[in-house]
Design a protein around this ligand. Structure first.
Ligand code: CA
Length: 232
């Protein structure tokens, strides 16, 4: 019996880019459906129920940001933005609107596939949240609130643990400043990005071998932070 393919919806108005995305995904074992406008994206989503969406921001009849908000009003499927817009505010806006990740054009095939896999893993773990997460040498246990680095226990303050736990629940995914601040300090603190700078620096001193050149806890300048598997 053939396993059912994981299905992606590619929303992109430029035909060569759409073709590239389709070829990349289908040659890596994904089923693909396509849309070239915002209106078509919502129609294709409803009729095909994809497992993830790859979404361009500049569409002829609307903005991918609006499509993201519309999709998020009724579905949790991963949404990956692919865009040539490199303004930090564009990234922040669409991530805060509920997109899972943001990939800058031009991007490599491997980069895109890796981000798709991370987003799908993350979606699967939303169904059954794990009790602990291991990222490279780091293990975070959400139940006991203990953290280990290469087998040795790391002592974190309650705030540091909350930050690390939140990032650990979204491994590989950028979590925006406002998501971190809102979740940990509350909505009134959404502008206090210096809180993050201070506590992230402390956290890096405890979990990074070279805190000035972090391998696990990386900064997405102007956008947020990402906890990731260290490069090999
Ligand atoms: Ca476009």
């Amino acid at each position: 019996m053939k396993a059912q393919l994981v299905k992606g919806l590619v929303v992109e108005d430029e035909a060569p880019m759409r073709r590239f995305l389709r070829t990349t995904l289908s040659s890596n074992g994904f089923a693909v459906v396509e849309a070239s406008t915002a209106r078509e994206a919502l129609a294709m989503f409803s009729s095909h129920r994809p497992d993830f969406v790859i979404l361009d921001l500049g569409l002829p009849d609307g903005d991918g940001l609006v499509v993201t908000r519309q999709l998020r009003s009724f579905t949790n499927v991963p949404i990956l933005i692919v865009s040539a817009r490199d303004r930090e505010s564009d990234k922040v806006e669409v991530l805060d609107a509920g997109a899972d990740d943001y990939v800058m054009k031009p991007f490599g095939t491997e980069e895109l596939l890796a981000r798709v896999r991370v987003a799908l893993r993350h979606a699967a773990s939303r169904q059954t949240p794990p009790s602990s997460v291991t990222v490279g040498p780091l293990t975070v246990d959400f139940e006991s609130h203990l953290v280990w680095l290469s087998g040795a226990e790391v002592h974190l303050t309650p705030i540091e643990f909350k930050l690390l736990a939140l990032l650990s629940k979204h491994v590989g995914k950028v979590v925006t400043h406002s998501q971190l601040l809102t979740e940990i300090w509350g909505p009134k603190s959404v502008e206090q990005t210096h809180y993050l700078r201070v506590h992230m620096a402390q956290l890096r001193r405890k979990i990074e071998r070279t805190p000035a050149r972090p391998l696990l806890l990386v900064t997405e300048a102007g956008v947020g932070y990402r906890l990731r598997e260290p490069p090999v």
